[in-house]
Design a protein around this ligand. Structure first.
Ligand SMILES: Nc1nc(O)c(N)c(N[C@@H]2O[C@H](COP(=O)(O)O)[C@@H](O)[C@H]2O)n1
Ligand SMILES: [Zn+2]
Length: 376
């Protein structure tokens, strides 16, 4: 990860390099920390790294504690002349773990370099204040943009009390996600599919609608060790008895519905190990709230066009991953990735921000962020 840091008056020439190492360390836990952030920490003294660590999982010690623990006994006297680098402000509260500020102060570290302020209201600048009150020199904002980007899902979840939503789809060059007959395997090539499996491993949940289960009968698994929760949003519970989702226990599965709890499919799904939740109202917003309450941080929408349009309209999608395959299927009734958004003029189109594109095998991946103003 490269970070182009804005020059700061109190930063040294090497601060950005060590912050980049923090980002690399933090990245190792991607997909495993929810609802906690990705955090890496490096301790430097005598122009060398004497300790480093990252936060592996919620409930485990924070990155700073792992880094402090990793300092060899022979290097411990160097701590009183060391700089501690961390991409997120050290915490200052008793959560699942004690405050890192106390551990840093107790170690006698004289300087701390922080990538970004923690948006968690339990911290929100108080960690930096506590360190400064203890006489520690604190530099804030080294590689800030890269630090914010690394924890975009954590920041979004804390600020908005809902998970970060990514809409992923694969479409043909003429903008179709299936043929008019509903056939959709495979639009993109193997390289793109491998990338999707990686993306799934980095998310906490994948959402599909009942239509996708009926038409595509997906597995929604990942080739990687971490497999996200598979979530089916089905108002009427008109789902097939023999869908792959309930036949394999490769990943936990949750069905959320407005059907009554005594619907005949409920005991069948439960016998297959599927959790069924019946709610009076079911929209992308209520579902995301439900997932937020379960500690979920990043959600992948792998749904059809109608649900995608509803999720976008309700502000439940922040980022788009669109794979475009160099194929043409045609067909006026062939489904499209996003159904009606009620927009009439091209000037009303949602223009993605920070757009990037890359070739993936024979396909092109275009990704970007929906404008924040698009959310209600
Ligand atoms: N600076 C820092 N380093 C880490 O490694 C972290 N995991 C955090 N997390 C902050 O603390 C909150 C979680 O606290 P518990 O793990 O429950 O004790 C999290 O919301 C962040 O604010 N910070
Ligand atoms: Zn902490």
């Amino acid at each position: 990860m490269r970070c182009d840091s804005v020059p700061l008056a109190d930063a040294t020439a090497t601060d950005a390099l060590y912050m980049e190492r923090c980002l690399q360390l933090a990245e190792q836990a991607r997909g495993h920390t929810s609802p906690n952030p990705l955090v890496g920490c490096v301790i430097v003294a005598a122009q060398r790294i004497i300790g480093e660590g990252f936060h592996p999982k919620a409930g485990e010690p924070h990155a700073e504690v792992f880094a402090l623990r990793s300092v060899a006994t022979g290097d411990r006297p160097l701590l009183t002349d060391a700089t501690l680098y961390v991409n997120l402000e050290p915490c200052n509260h008793y959560g699942r773990t004690p405050p890192c500020t106390e551990a840093i102060i107790a170690a006698g570290i004289p300087r701390v370099v922080v990538g970004m302020i923690d948006p968690d209201p339990r911290v929100a600048g108080s960690g930096i204040e506590r360190l400064r009150a203890a006489g520690i020199a604190v530099t804030v904002g080294v590689c800030e943009a890269a630090c914010q980007r690394l924890n975009e899902a954590f920041v979004h979840r804390v600020r908005n009390a809902r998970p970060f939503g990514i809409l992923k789809y694969a479409m043909t060059l003429d903008g179709k996600i299936a043929s008019s007959a509903g056939h959709s395997t495979w639009i993109s090539g193997e390289a793109a599919r491998a990338m999707v499996h990686q993306l799934r491993a980095e998310c906490d949940a994948i959402i599909v609608g009942g239509n996708t289960v009926r038409r595509d009968n997906p597995h929604l698994t990942s080739r990687h060790p971490h497999t996200p929760l598979r979530v089916v949003m089905s108002r009427h519970l008109d789902l097939p008895l023999d869908a792959y989702l309930w036949q394999t226990d490769a990943a936990p599965t949750l069905v959320v519905t407005t059907a009554p709890a005594d619907h005949p499919l409920v005991p069948h799904l439960q016998a297959c190990g599927v959790e069924v939740v019946c709610r009076p109202v079911l929209t992308p917003t209520t579902l995301m709230k439900e997932l937020y309450n379960r500690g979920i941080m990043t959600v992948l929408w792998e749904c059809g066009g109608s649900l995608a349009a509803a999720a976008i309209a309700e502000g439940m999608v922040q980022k788009i991953w669109a794979f475009i395959a160099p194929k043409i299927i045609g067909g006026t009734s062939a489904p499209v990735p996003v159904a009606d958004l009620g927009l009439q003029k091209m000037s009303e189109a949602l223009c993605l921000e920070e757009v990037t594109w890359q070739t993936v095998g024979q396909d092109i991946l275009v990704s970007g962020y929906l404008p924040k103003s698009a959310a209600p």
